[in-house]
Design a protein around this ligand. Structure first.
Ligand SMILES: Nc1ncnc2c1ncn2[C@@H]1O[C@H](COP(=O)(O)OP(=O)(O)OP(=O)(O)O)[C@@H](O)[C@H]1O
Length: 196
């Protein structure tokens, strides 16, 4: 996919300036920058969730998005949280749950899972959708250091296994390194992309 952005404003405030970003299957990109710079805004544009920008977004890639909050269906068990949004069958959902270390938790509801487990469920759901490119917005934030590091390693392994590309939005340069992602920095006002 390729984004050629001329600009993005909220009202009179120009948040993002002109920037170009492209990513394909197998490529990993991390967008770094401080709080409030426009990282989530950029990711939402890439995800097609915000169409009110100036510029062009091209590409027929299949996308899956992982947000900081896992956004699960509270009254459905772990298997249904994967089958309902993705359309995959229960066996495939169970397989993905196993791959993220949630074997034995298939019948649990989100509230019966820890935050780290809910994040892994959201990760399984994203991969079950068979994306060409995974878009992630701070998916490792507010986990303890060990849990965060394990989830980064798990994400890297699943990206390698599936060949999916990655755009990760984060304030933490260490995550970019651990995922072997090319790092770009959002900087300035309005923000532009710079090589890190
Ligand atoms: N819907 C909106 N309406 C008005 N302003 C917005 C809206 N969404 C974001 N903004 C503003 O745009 C700027 C960029 O926000 P954004 O959430 O993209 O930053 P961020 O880099 O992702 O920050 P964080 O790391 O804290 O999540 C902020 O100043 C924010 O207040």
């Amino acid at each position: 996919m390729q984004l050629d952005l001329t600009g993005k404003s909220f009202g009179a405030r120009e948040v993002l300036g002109a920037l170009t970003l492209s990513v394909t299957r197998g490529e990993r990109l991390a967008i770094l920058g401080p709080s409030g710079i426009g990282k989530s805004t950029l990711l939402r544009i890439l995800a097609g969730l915000d169409r009110e920008y100036r510029g062009r977004l091209e590409g027929a890639d299949r996308l899956a998005v992982v947000f900081q909050e896992p956004v699960l269906l509270p009254w459905r068990d772990a298997v249904a949280n994967i089958t309902l949004p993705t359309g995959c069958d229960a066996a495939t959902a169970r397989d993905w749950l196993g791959q993220v270390g949630l074997a034995g938790h298939e019948g649990k509801f989100p509230r019966q899972l820890s935050l780290g487990q809910q994040r892994r469920l959201a990760l399984a759901r994203a991969f079950a959708a068979g994306p060409d490119i995974l878009l992630m917005d701070e998916p490792f934030a507010s986990l303890d250091a060990g849990t965060g590091a394990r989830m980064v390693a798990l994400t890297a392994a699943l990206l390698t296994r599936t060949g999916a590309g990655l755009v990760l939005v984060t304030h933490d340069p260490a995550e970019a390194g651990a995922l072997d992602a090319r790092a770009l920095q959002l900087t300035g006002n309005p923000a532009r992309l710079q090589k890190d």
